[in-house]
Write a protein that binds this ligand. Structure first.
Ligand SMILES: [Zn+2]
Length: 298
C-alpha cells in the first residue's frame, strides 16, 4: 500500500509565526491546564508525537526519558535549541505511519495538534498502540468540527459543511477537523479505552482576547474545562486513553534498545553514534546534529 501523505513542517517558522507573533498565549496556557488534568504524575518513558519545536515538552515533568518525534528535522533542531542535548531526550525524525520503535517501549504518549494533519488516522493510532506497554496512557488532542462557532456559522448559512455529520472536514490541504464520535470510534478500533475528556480553548476568539486580560481568560478557561468538557463543543478536545489489550511483549526498559527498522520491521536496532544500521535489511539511518533520521524516501 502506498504510504499516506505527510504534512511536513520542514523549514517552517511555525513556532514563531503561529505561536509567538500571533499572540496565542491563551491557547498555549489553555493546553497547559488540560495537560495538568490529564498527565500521569510521572513515568519511565514518554513519546511525544508531532513534538515540533518542543513547545509542550517542558510540561512533561516526572518522566525519566522523553522521545520527541516529528517529521521535520528543522522543527527538531529548534527543539534541541530550546531543550538542549541531554541524556534524557531523543529527537527522532520519522513518519507517524511508520514509527521506528520496537513493541512495548513507552508507558505514556502524547499527540497534540497532529491528528489534525492525518488523512489516515487509524493507521497512525495503531502504530502508536504497538509501541506502548500494557495499560500505557495516551493523550490525544484533536480539532473538533462540532464546536460552538461552526454550529452557529452553519445555522446562519455562513458555512456549507455540516458540523454534526461524522466525516472529517478537510478545510485546507492536509488540515482536518474531526467529529468527536469519529475520534472515539478510531480509538476503539485502535484498541484504546477512553478515560477522560477535556474541552480546550473555549474562548478562542480575537474580540475576547482584545477585551479580556489573559488571567481572566484563563480563570474562565479552567472553569469551562472543569464543567463543560462533557458537551464536547470546544474547538480543541484532549482525550486521555489507555491501551486496552494486554501486551505479550516484555516492556523494553533499556533506553538504547528502543528502535525498530521502519522499512523491514526488524528490531531491536543497536543505537550507535552517527548512524544506525538495520541488521536485517542493511538500511542505514543517519544521526545528524542530534536528530535520528528514520524517514524513508520511498
Ligand atoms: Zn531493516
Amino acid at each position: 500500500m502506498k504510504n499516506p501523505p505527510v504534512c511536513d513542517y520542514e523549514g517552517s517558522d511555525y513556532q514563531q509565526s503561529f505561536w509567538e507573533k500571533n499572540d496565542r498565549r491563551y491557547e498555549d496556557a489553555a493546553e497547559a491546564i488540560a495537560l495538568k488534568h490529564l498527565l500521569p504524575t510521572g513515568g519511565k518513558h514518554l513519546l511525544e508525537i508531532g513534538a515540533g519545536a518542543g513547545r509542550n515538552t517542558p510540561r512533561y515533568t516526572g518522566f525519566e526519558h522523553i522521545t520527541l518525534l516529528d517529521y521535520s528535522t528543522t522543527q527538531l533542531q529548534q527543539a534541541i535549541q530550546k531543550l538542549g542535548i541531554q541524556s534524557c531526550y531523543k529527537f527522532i525524525a520519522a513518519d507517524v505511519y511508520r514509527l521506528p520503535f520496537a513493541p512495548a517501549v513507552f508507558d505514556t504518549a502524547t499527540m497534540i495538534r497532529t491528528l489534525h494533519h492525518l488523512s489516515e488516522p487509524v493507521i497512525a493510532l495503531q502504530q502508536i498502540n504497538q509501541c506502548l506497554v500494557s495499560e500505557a496512557v495516551f493523550i490525544l488532542e484533536f480539532a473538533n468540527k462540532r464546536n460552538l462557532k461552526s454550529i452557529l456559522r452553519y445555522w446562519l448559512g455562513k458555512q456549507h459543511w455540516n458540523p454534526f455529520s461524522t466525516e472529517a472536514v478537510e478545510f485546507a490541504d492536509l488540515n482536518f477537523d474531526f467529529h468527536p464520535a469519529s475520534v472515539y470510534a478510531m480509538l476503539e478500533e485502535s484498541k484504546f479505552l477512553i478515560e477522560k475528556q477535556v474541552g480546550v480553548s473555549y474562548l478562542r476568539a480575537r474580540f475576547l482576547k482584545r477585551i479580556l486580560p489573559l488571567w481572566l481568560m484563563l480563570a474562565k478557561e479552567s472553569m469551562l474545562q472543569n464543567f463543560a468538557s462533557w458537551t464536547a463543543l470546544s474547538p480543541s478536545i484532549f482525550l486521555r486513553a489507555r491501551v486496552k489489550q494486554t501486551k505479550t511483549e516484555e516492556a523494553i526498559t533499556d533506553f538504547n534498545m528502543i528502535f525498530r527498522c521502519p522499512a523491514c520491521g526488524h528490531y531491536p536496532l543497536e543505537d550507535t553514534p552517527s548512524k544506525i544500521t538495520c541488521g536485517l535489511c542493511g538500511r542505514i539511518y543517519p544521526i545528524v546534529e542530534g536528530v535520528y533520521d528514520f524517514r524513508l524516501t520511498e
